[in-house]
Ligand binder design. Structure first.
Ligand SMILES: CC(C)(COP(=O)(O)OP(=O)(O)OC[C@H]1O[C@@H](n2cnc3c(N)ncnc32)[C@H](O)[C@@H]1OP(=O)(O)O)[C@@H](O)C(=O)NCCC(=O)NCCS
Length: 328
């Protein structure tokens, strides 16, 4: 009997509206050359006015279910990783359970893990399958364009909206989840936060008069340094955990925040350029959606073949980090 635990279906969704660097240069004091040189981003997708986090999540989830050849009623748990939920309470997973027409199964959000949320959710799903669940829908979704400060050039040019989803289960899997590793350093929480609306800084008239935007507080250089350190260490840790060598890795799919971060991780690990998947030039940093979007696209573009060992590695606010190993 096939007893492997892993991924059985993949899906992604990026909104149709393209926002280029030139579009940004008309709104803030920036230009294409700066953004490309400092980040590698050329364009990103923004949700339409009538699209919400739930719409993005449902579009990716439906594709993942179809790809797995199952229906919503076959799912026995839903996990949504997001820092930009549909509403404050209840969580996006509750809305998604209803939208998909899934059974009355456990459904919950993993919020606040920043861009590391999806890989952490995969790790949780793996252990939930070990504990008896059959098929878990795991979604990473972000609609950050609606919450960020469109006048802050330090942050607004970095992000994009998207969703990615997978079905994690036991049996005939396409990619076995061999192992994962995750960690947190909460002492660095203040270096990257989205504060408005929490109990520390509730919504107020003053906030509303400023446009009701959520300030993304970010020390870009510190985030950069830490992202390189943690994503490369997590990659090495997960390899050690599963007893494999980095020479055996066919493809690394890192969180897509900045091309210079990805290059620095690659050179720390001593891995060739063709073994690292990059799509941030087209999508920017899509937070929790970044890794599942890249994973689904790498597979669609034929960058992953049967037999490949593929590593996912992500880093985000918290600081949180997480890495996972997949055997296709
Ligand atoms: C944000 C980031 C791109 C900035 O790049 P950097 O090389 O570190 O740039 P610096 O912070 O040294 O800033 C250089 C200058 O560019 C300016 N600048 C910032 N954003 C700009 C923009 N969009 N266009 C033009 N200039 C900009 C800064 O104001 C600064 O000007 P100053 O020196 O006059 O103050 C980079 O630090 C980064 O990607 N960090 C990680 C961010 C991230 O991934 N966050 C999400 C976490 S998952």
């Amino acid at each position: 009997m096939d007893d492997r635990i892993g991924l059985m279906g993949f899906g992604s969704y990026a909104p149709a509206r393209v926002m280029t660097n030139d579009d940004w240069s008309k709104l803030v004091d920036t230009d294409d050359a700066w953004i490309v040189a400092r980040t590698g981003i050329r364009e990103r997708r923004f949700a339409a006015d009538d699209e919400s986090t739930l719409d993005l999540a449902a579009a990716a989830a439906e594709k993942a279910l179809a790809d797995a050849g199952i229906g919503a009623s076959d799912i026995d748990e839903i996990i949504v990783a997001t820092d930009t939920p549909e509403v404050y309470t209840p969580d996006t997973a509750a809305f998604l359970q209803d939208r998909l027409g899934a059974g009355e199964v456990p459904a919950f959000d993993l919020g606040g893990s920043g861009c590391a949320g999806f890989v952490l959710a995969l790790d949780i799903a793996r252990t939930r399958v070990m504990a008896g669940a059959q098929r878990i829908l795991v979604v990473g979704v972000e609609l950050i364009s609606r919450l960020m400060d469109w006048t802050d050039r330090n942050t607004c040019v970095l992000f994009g909206d998207a969703a990615g989803a997978v079905v994690v289960g036991r049996g005939a899997v396409e990619a076995e989840l061999l192992g994962a590793t995750s960690g947190t350093d909460g002492s660095r929480a203040g270096i990257l936060t989205l504060e408005t609306g929490g109990t520390r800084r509730p919504f107020s008239l003053e906030e509303a008069e400023r446009g009701g935007q959520h300030d993304i507080v970010m020390n870009g250089r510190e985030v950069f340094r830490e992202a390189v350190k943690r994503m490369s260490a997590a990659t090495e840790q997960v390899l050690q955990k599963i007893g494999r060598m980095k020479e055996e890795v066919a493809l690394i799919i890192p969180h897509q925040a900045n091309l210079r971060i990805i290059d620095a991780v690659r050179s720390r690990l001593g891995v060739d350029e063709d073994k690292v998947f990059v799509n941030l030039d087209r999508f920017g940093n899509t937070g929790s959606a970044s890794v599942p979007l890249a994973l689904a696209q790498a597979r669609e573009e034929g960058r992953i073949r049967a037999g490949d060992l593929v590593l996912l590695t992500a880093f985000g606010a918290g600081f949180h980090w997480s890495a996972a190993a997949l055997q296709f």
